[in-house]
Write a protein that binds this ligand. Structure first.
Ligand SMILES: NC(=O)c1ccc[n+]([C@@H]2O[C@H](COP(=O)([O-])OP(=O)(O)OC[C@H]3O[C@@H](n4cnc5c(N)ncnc54)[C@H](OP(=O)(O)O)[C@@H]3O)[C@@H](O)[C@H]2O)c1
Length: 332
């Protein structure tokens, strides 16, 4: 597995990150440990968790598993979501972050976090307060690097602007949903991150498992992550089972035969073909890990990437459409 630099920092991380949202939830500790070891054996060093995953169990499992290996890995966790019944038990406020970081360190059995990420833009806390708090944690040596997740383009730019103006630690990464079936970030977030040298960590790289090819057109699934009917959460069957998404799967099937790869490997390789994008593997089983890790050490041809780009092309919206059109006519 190759290493890449994270954002504009000197931190080297593997080109595929290991997500651990399933650890302690769908995946028990024994199987989680095996998946983690297989990822390390494959040359991976970049592990993503959050204080909310499996109500803290994901961090606890990592804390036990990484004993004696802490320096070998780049450990990323997150803060924002609710951790208790109190009014200050969630958010990106100074009070909540300072409590949450202590709790994460305790569960992870470490005295520092490599990448501390804000799990979602907070509508109620001034960004200055949040970024100042993260900066103080970097100065105390508790946090090494800072990142965000689920931010819009202007929220990323505003945060960078505040960091620069105040001399606060600048974010190195933005963790966003990104896959062949969810390309919304290409309108704002991707151009903002490319222009500013912020790495994109792609969560949901298989659209919640849709891009493994295990779901067949029209059949409501009895099992698997997508056996949820409603659009309450990003990864519901209703949201995924569209005509367009099935036509993306058809192209993937075709390319899978051509390359002798699995559909999941192709979908992940498409993300790896994008500049500055680090897919985060999400797996429930060892078999799924063994499948998905086969997405590295080979590349799709530019023609294959173009075919996938075209079949999954998101509908162009205003003002992006207008900007493209106006620039094309003035150049003509
Ligand atoms: N920042 C955020 O807000 C946010 C949100 C979500 C996730 N994340 C991070 O991103 C990571 C990955 O996200 P994700 O879990 O949504 O990724 P994903 O790859 O889109 O979905 C993973 C799920 O798809 C199924 N799957 C995966 N590989 C498969 C294969 N080869 N064959 C068949 N089924 C397969 C499994 O579910 P089933 O077997 O149960 O169907 C697995 O749990 C998470 O672990 C977490 O670290 C971050």
């Amino acid at each position: 597995m190759k290493n890449v630099l994270l954002g504009k920092s000197g931190l080297k991380v593997s080109e595929l990150s290991l997500g651990t949202m399933t650890f302690g939830r769908e995946t028990d500790e024994k199987e989680s440990n095996i998946i983690l070891q297989k990822y390390l054996d494959a040359g991976g060093n970049f592990i993503d968790t959050a204080n909310g995953y499996a109500d803290g169990k994901s961090e606890e499992i990592l804390g036990r598993a990484l004993k004696g290996k802490r320096e070998e890995v780049v450990l990323a966790t997150k803060v924002f979501f609710r951790k208790g019944p109190g009014v200050n038990d969630y958010s990106s406020s100074r009070k909540h972050i300072l409590k949450a970081v202590r709790d994460s360190l305790h569960r992870l059995q470490t005295d520092y976090i490599d990448l501390y990420q804000l799990h979602c833009w907070d509508l109620s806390t001034p960004i200055e307060e949040t970024l100042e708090t993260l900066d103080s944690l970097v100065n105390q040596g508790v946090v090494r690097y800072v990142g965000v997740s689920n931010y819009s383009g202007w929220q990323i730019m505003k945060s960078l602007w505040v960091s620069q103006g105040q001399g606060f630690t600048r974010m190195v990464s933005a963790q966003m949903e990104y896959s062949l079936v969810v390309r919304d970030i290409e309108m704002e977030v991707v151009p903002a991150c490319q222009a500013e040298g912020v790495s994109i960590m792609a969560w949901g790289p298989l659209g919640g498992g849709f891009l493994s090819g295990k779901y067949q057109s029209g059949e409501f699934p009895k099992e698997g992550r997508l056996s949820i009917a409603k659009k309450e959460w990003e990864e519901s069957w209703d949201r995924r089972a569209t005509e367009k998404n099935f036509s993306i799967l058809k192209v993937l099937e075709d390319l899978a035969k051509k390359h002798q790869k699995t559909i999941a490997q192709l979908a992940l390789n498409w993300l790896l073909s994008k500049e500055n994008v680090i897919p985060i593997l999400g797996v429930r089983t060892i078999q799924q890990f063994e499948d998905n890790i086969g997405s590295v050490n080979w590349t799709l041809s530019p023609e294959d990437v173009k075919r996938l780009d075209e079949v999954s092309n998101p509908e162009s919206r205003y003002p992006y459409r207008f900007i493209q059109w106006a620039n094309s006519i003035v150049r003509a």
